[in-house]
Design a protein around this ligand. Sequence first.
Ligand SMILES: Cc1ncc(COP(=O)(O)O)c(C=O)c1O
Length: 435
Amino acid sequence: MRTNIVASGADELSYEIREIVDFGKQVESLGVTMIWENIGDPVAKGEKIPPWIKELIAKALTDDKTFAYSPTKGLLETREFLSLSRREAGDGNLDPEDILFFNGLGDAVSKVYTNLNENARVIGPSPAYPTHSSAEAAHAGSRHLTYELNPGRNWLPDINDLRNKVAYNESIAGILIINPDNPTGMIYPKRILKEMVSIAKEYDLFLISDEIYANIEYGSDAFVPLSRLLDGVPAIIMRGLSKEVPWPGARCGWIEVYNKENDPVFARYIKSINDAKMLEVCSTTLPQKVLPDILSDARYKEYLQSRRDAYSKRADIAHAAIRKIPYVSMVKPSGAFYVTVTFDDNTLSNAQHLPVENAAVRALVEETTAAFNPYQFDKRFAYYLMAAYGLCVVPLSGFNTNLHGFRMTLLEEDPAVFKKTLDILAEAIPKYTAS
Ligand SMILES: Cc1ncc(COP(=O)(O)O)c(C=O)c1O
């Protein structure tokens, strides 16, 4: 090319959750059956969609308007429904005009960072869901700035670390919170959220809170929507249907904007996100059309509760099994549907391996891992785990952190397969660390 056509942030785009699949598929093609624990899709893991939800969707399809474009911000009746639900729950005043629908929350995440001035940074948690950290880093053309989540303190954010970084880096314009958190399953307690709001207030920042798992909580800490605690601070709250209904294939998420009247620069930034969305016309109509019917149905609460109970039970089973495995730790999650396991310090190296019987798979894993960054110890472990045992988990280093570990899910519907997954870990981890 006579001109460089690669964007300056191109190297920052990475999504290990899906990248690992290419290798897993190659291993499968060589005769290994894989247990896929990499992706947070309840439907792909076998969760059944209740017939009443399917009936509501089928009914929406009998209306030709379901096939039409929707307004850029989203269907007005749906935005009014969300606004009223928030008010009734005591979550604050949300004008329907301050809601904007996207094609999945992933789309919202991308627009929010793409439309941010390239010199303005949003500091986010580490470990972090990579769509945020990659999109933020790509917009700035430089590594994502992070505050630490501490596995030794139930993955709570290190508030001093956050405060110091905000105080000494003038380019930080916003703080990202993911609550309930992916990958750790932690729920931010109210006092921590309040401290984060007060830092934002003191330093004149805005807040982004990704609450896609808002209704998936089952631990001792109750989830508190950030909108209740904002104290006038401008904020973008992110919600979606992918995990809740669950309906990830609908590609439906939205942002709710709070307190934009308190800051004209924030209001102008929000307008630019709206304008960018207008260039795309609108987001998917079908899920917006059925959202009020599903979320207000009397059966929905019961259905959500049954899913929470299932995750809670699996969290207990996973915790009981993993705490017995040497060289690793796990904090029992309180929300979302993930488990993050961390390796103890100095237990991993780039010379470890697992015995792989199948010669072709062994050659593949040896060749593939030889090309890795030598310090991505957990990635090497994850690839050997696929090759030797047919278990695909996501290395923690794929979540923008220096900690070594991996993330699995609580989504496996078949108890025998869930047990087998934990048995594999109990056998593989000591073998790998001792090799
Ligand atoms: C924290 C978080 N935010 C956003 C998303 C993206 O969701 P969507 O399917 O709506 O794009 C995910 C998906 O896993 C997620 O875990």
